[in-house]
Design a protein around this ligand. Structure first.
Ligand code: DGY
Length: 326
């Protein structure tokens, strides 16, 4: 289909910046107008007859959605680097291209992982709660003692783009020793950051700070379970900016309650949004943020540009700017 034949596109949310106007200039675009995602039924209704979809990580794009769109669907462009919300096998069977938005959110997400680690190490949530609740009485020699970073051991679970950017910040900033897991040796990480590739067991046992950066797939679901948590140091801090389901959250609640580990700082949870009544929200040694890893103006604008480029390329039968291999 040529761009000018006004193929139909459904965009599941407004995006920051002006990227969507590029779609509107040449195609028939409908944009979901609400702040919250369409329900599964609303999604099925809205995708009917579409040639392109621009989706968010909170939209589950399964075979039913592809079926409802019909045989004209050519591309699903996800506004995220992760694509665990899309049934890739179904897309592959139907010859639908899938796009994502890597690289442009690497710095923002790595920065947030550093923020979480520091906030947990220095007990920022408890300290801030003390001020807000009027429990700040005086300067105390042993009040709210946290953990220092310099020279400690950092464990990076999954040293891809974001894991590497995070490790650079931590090793450079605090002279930390680096352990990491990876499917293959990473010579550059070893040379430049003094990293050592190890098995997950050793990483958990030896690290003072553990940060999760693997993609969510069947292999990584509940990778950090009760046994993994029990393997960590009682002084350790766990950070997750990847996907909530990589951690067995019930096991984590238990581990934090029983002080099996010192603290956890999470940008991602199961489910999202996490209800305010969830035990993690009330625990003093858990810090939970609402999935804001890529939430900088620069990253979100650039993600929008890539997502739009991906839709346009897919609808004209070309390789996507950032294409997920199927
Ligand atoms: C992604 O792009 O996958 C992130 O989780 C969004 O911040």
């Amino acid at each position: 289909m040529s761009e000018t034949s006004r193929g139909k596109i459904f965009v599941t949310r407004e995006l920051p910046g002006s990227a969507l106007t590029r779609l509107q200039q040449s195609h028939q675009v409908s944009i979901w107008p609400h702040r919250t995602p369409p329900t599964p039924a609303e999604l099925l209704d809205n995708v009917a007859g579409c040639h392109g979809l621009l989706t968010l990580l909170s939209d589950r794009i399964d075979e039913r959605v592809m079926e409802a769109a019909g045989s004209g669907l050519q591309v699903i462009s996800n506004y995220a680097v992760g694509y665990n919300n899309i049934d890739l096998a179904a897309a592959g069977r139907r010859g639908i291209r899938v796009g994502n938005t890597p690289d442009v959110l690497t710095d923002a997400t790595a920065d947030l992982a550093v923020t979480l680690l520091l906030a947990a190490a220095r007990r920022v949530k408890e300290a801030s709660d003390e001020v807000r609740s009027g429990q700040w009485q005086t300067w105390e020699p042993a009040g709210l003692l946290g953990r220092e970073l310099r020279g400690k051991t950092l464990g990076v679970v999954g040293i891809g783009r974001i894991g590497t950017a995070f490790a650079q910040r931590m090793v450079g900033g605090w002279n930390m020793k680096l352990l990491y897991t990876s499917r293959s040796p990473q010579a550059e990480v070893d040379e430049k950051l003094g990293g050592r590739r190890v098995e997950l067991d050793e990483l958990l046992r030896e690290s003072d700070f553990v940060s999760v950066h693997v993609a969510l797939c069947e292999e990584t679901r509940h990778l950090i379970d009760a046994a993994a948590l029990a393997n960590m140091k009682p002084s350790a801090i766990l950070v997750n900016t990847a996907r909530g389901e990589i951690i067995d959250q019930e096991a984590l609640v238990q581990a934090l309650r029983e002080e099996v580990i010192f603290a956890a700082a999470l940008d991602v949870t199961t489910p999202e949004p996490l209800p305010p009544s969830h035990p993690l929200v009330g625990l003093p040694n858990a810090l939970v943020l609402p999935h804001i890893g890529s939430a900088t103006d620069t990253a979100r604008h650039e993600m929008a540009e890539i997502a739009v480029d991906n839709v346009l390329a897919g609808m004209s039968g070309q390789a996507l700017r950032c294409e997920v291999p199927l």
